[in-house]
Design a protein around this ligand. Structure first.
Ligand SMILES: NC(=O)c1ccc[n+]([C@@H]2O[C@H](COP(=O)([O-])OP(=O)(O)OC[C@H]3O[C@@H](n4cnc5c(N)ncnc54)[C@H](OP(=O)(O)O)[C@@H]3O)[C@@H](O)[C@H]2O)c1
Length: 314
């Protein structure tokens, strides 16, 4: 198989930098870095070398010299840059929410719903919180059927990109008021809506009752979730542990913390116990590195699935 020609758009950002690190670790060599006009001429680390950043323009991304492109940029810029690249034949894996709920665009968590990957040139990467939740819910649903999910999230600052990371470093922890950086419709933050809508799409359960309260916390990397699940059939905590121990991209831990999980590849689940207030209720604590499986790593795993299914001509 020919070596893929890969672009990373948003290479100077929190997710883009991790994507470059993971691509270099995997031995990719034909990689180019793109960002806004502001970054042109700067360089970003790529393994033991540096890549000079190019401006991401529709013309440059559709010039016919890329096979695969990761987009780690905001929604509006993705909406502008992805379609021309996809139309020119580039497989576009987008991390924004521009296409996640679009009809015909697969929304993929590698290891959870790989089967929805068809020949689409645009593949959407879910919200980081939906990603880690889906990894844990899928095996429980297959075994006992999900009846209801409730959760509270404790999301790290890096989940909102470099500007939020700077805000964390500049804020006095004693007076920490880091803001919520989400849109509010009077009842829900858009993060809470996305978590419900995207989890439903990923699991193919359009009516799944799922209610979330999402909060940003002064943590650098690693999103935590307290999750309460009701299943249609009884499921003992020990059975859930066995199912999750075998689930792709999931690891069991007694009490995972963001600090311990940052820099690792798996979704960590601990405190799996009966919810004493529900006959078929389980409670779980789920922690994941939002920049890796929550974003860059999942996108690269999607690319690997695409290349496995449609190898490039040698
Ligand atoms: N952070 C996470 O944990 C996470 C998880 C899942 C999904 N996501 C999604 O991934 C995307 C990137 O997030 P992030 O956290 O990496 O954000 P970030 O740290 O703010 O980085 C944003 C990147 O977008 C680039 N950019 C901005 N305007 C551009 C333009 N007009 N043309 C080309 N590039 C442009 C920036 O380049 P310059 O340096 O040149 O401005 C920078 O490289 C967002 O859609 C986010 O919602 C993030």
């Amino acid at each position: 198989m020919a070596e893929p020609r890969i672009g990373v758009v948003g290479a100077t950002g929190a997710v883009g930098r991790v994507a470059l690190e993971l691509l270099a670790e995997r031995g990719h060599r034909r990689v180019r870095a793109f960002a806004s006009a502001r970054s042109v001429g700067t360089s970003v680390p790529f393994g033991d070398r540096e890549l000079v950043v190019e401006e991401a323009t529709p013309e440059r991304l559709a010039a016919g010299d890329l096979d695969l492109c990761f987009f780690a940029i905001g929604t509006a810029v993705s909406a502008e840059l992805v379609p021309p690249a996809a139309d020119s034949g580039v497989t576009c894996i987008d991390k924004s929410d521009a296409f996640r709920l679009s009809e015909g665009v697969p929304l993929v968590v590698a290891g959870v719903n790989d089967h929805v990957l068809g020949g689409s040139r645009v593949v959407a990467n879910p919200n980081c919180s939906a990603m880690q939740l889906a990894c844990v819910l899928k095996p429980l649903h297959e075994a006992a059927g999900l009846a209801r999910v409730r959760l509270a999230t404790y999301q790290s600052m890096s989940g909102a990109g470099d500007a939020a990371i700077r805000r964390l470093h500049e804020t006095d922890p004693a007076a920490a008021d880091l803001g919520m950086d989400w849109e509010f419709d009077g009842e829900e933050f858009d993060e809470e809506f996305k978590l419900r809508a995207e989890t439903r799409k990923i699991l193919g359960l359009p009516e799944l009752p799922l209610s979330a309260t999402c909060v940003r916390v002064p943590v650098l990397v690693g999103h935590a979730q307290a999750v309460w699940v009701e299943t249609a059939e009884p499921l003992e905590p020990e059975q859930a542990r066995e199912l999750l121990a075998r689930a792709p991209h999931v690891a069991l831990a007694d009490l995972p913390t963001p600090g311990a999980v940052a820099g690792t590849d798996k979704v960590h689940v601990g405190r799996i116990r009966r919810d004493p207030t529900e006959p078929n209720g389980l409670a779980l604590w789920v922690v994941n590195d939002n920049l890796r499986k929550g974003a860059a790593l999942n996108a690269i795993q999607i690319a690997e699935l695409v290349l496995e299914r449609q190898p490039l001509a040698a």
